[in-house]
Design a protein. Structure first.
Length: 383
């Protein structure tokens, strides 16, 4: 994983992607010519950007598949690489994600056609007509948080505590874009964006790259690779009818997708949420972290406030959530985010996370969601 940076830094995607790929190969101890397939994720860019990046590493003629699944892009690339290896099609594959973003809120690139997210936006605009003037992601996730508060009576301070916790975790992450701690009061007093969401409750547009090498045990032994982690379970889900017909903003932003993916992974792995030591989850907004606690089964429905107040989401609690600082503090380069989450979890499982190390980390969970929609949940185990 490269250090994440502001779009103002002007680092080109070709450099971000190539640097991340080289880091992963160096960490694995193999050359690029050992990679048999590559799955490359990005959201904002031109076609065959994956080839443009990997051609700097070598011209080996391998299949390079470009992947675009909104904010779940990086994890979708990993899902495909894992499938290729697990099915026996290849022994070793590379999953790579990168993003060179522009300043400001996410927007559409093509304005001469219907956006794929129009159905999602129409749902929130029916409930909140004033949302028409609000950027897409902000209005969806703010409305989902508002619904959660209306349903369970949760105080806005609980969401602010999530952002403050993220900043405390990021202090020790040299790759995070924001490493300055912020208090609950600072979060709540930052400028209002929409409904109960303030600026500091939103993740920043970020540039960066991340990559993972996936291989069989036999390939690892044959090539002298140190096995760093095992994929115990993985699922990719898309939207269910409830997204469009239940008039629930929590479902619009992926509650059902997350719960379904998590349930599949727990069944595959033979471990439940109570066995998980740490989680990197998709906290693009504080509201989504709260909603995701429950969708992943980390606490009971309506129990997120108690989960936060009891400190069960941080060091010394039940499960350390986003030890990296998460999207809120680490940053969110769309195509790289999922693989950056995986990188953090692998470092944690190998005791390589320095001052943010989670003690005795053995089972780790990753959650990456993209509106439009896709959700990937991955469980990793210590090798």
């Amino acid at each position: 994983m490269t250090p994440f940076s502001s779009p103002k830094a002007g680092i080109p995607y070709t450099q971000l992607g190539a640097d991340a790929a080289r880091m992963a190969l160096k960490d694995a101890g193999i050359d690029y010519d050992k990679i048999q397939q590559a799955y490359v994720g990005w959201v904002y860019g031109d076609s065959t950007a994956g080839q443009a990046v990997l051609y700097d590493l070598g011209l080996t003629g391998i299949p390079i598949i470009n992947v675009n699944n909104n904010c779940a892009t990086g994890s979708s690339a990993l899902f495909l690489a894992r499938q290729a290896v697990e099915s026996g099609v290849v022994e070793c594959a590379l999953a790579l994600g990168f993003e060179q973003m522009s300043p400001g809120a996410l927007g559409s690139v093509f304005n001469d056609r219907v956006t794929p997210l129009s159905r999602f936006e129409s749902i929130v605009e029916e409930q909140f007509p004033e949302a028409k003037e609000v950027p897409m992601a902000i209005k969806l996730f703010a409305a989902a948080g508002y619904e959660y508060q209306e349903k369970y009576g949760t105080e806005t301070e609980i969401f602010a505590r999530v952002r403050s916790k993220a900043s405390q975790h990021a202090i020790h992450n040299e790759r995070a874009i924001f490493r300055k701690p912020v208090s609950v009061e600072e979060v709540m007093q930052s400028p209002s964006i929409f409904l109960n969401v303030t600026r500091l409750q939103c993740c920043p547009p970020t540039c960066g790259g991340a990559a993972v090498v996936v291989c069989t045990e036999a390939f690892a032994r044959k090539n002298g690779l140190k096995q760093k982690a095992v994929i115990l379970g993985q699922a990719l889900t898309t939207d269910y009818p409830g997204t469009f017909y239940d008039h629930s903003m929590m479902k619009v932003v992926g509650y059902d997708m997350t719960k379904s993916a998590a349930d599949k992974v727990y069944e595959q792995a033979g471990y439940g949420p109570g066995d998980v030591d740490l989680v990197e989850l998709h906290d693009c907004f504080t509201t989504n972290e709260i909603i995701t606690y429950e969708a992943l089964g980390l606490c009971e429905e309506g129990g997120a406030a108690k989960f936060v107040l009891d400190g069960d989401n941080t060091y010394g609690g039940k499960v350390v959530t986003n030890p990296s600082g998460g999207l809120l503090s680490k940053g969110h380069p769309l195509g790289a985010t999922g693989l950056a989450q995986i990188s953090e979890l692998v470092w944690q499982l190998n005791g390589e996370a320095g001052d943010r190390q989670v003690e005795n980390a053995r089972i780790a969970l990753q959650h990456n969601i993209g509106i439009g929609g896709a959700c990937v949940v991955t469980m990793l185990g210590k090798a």
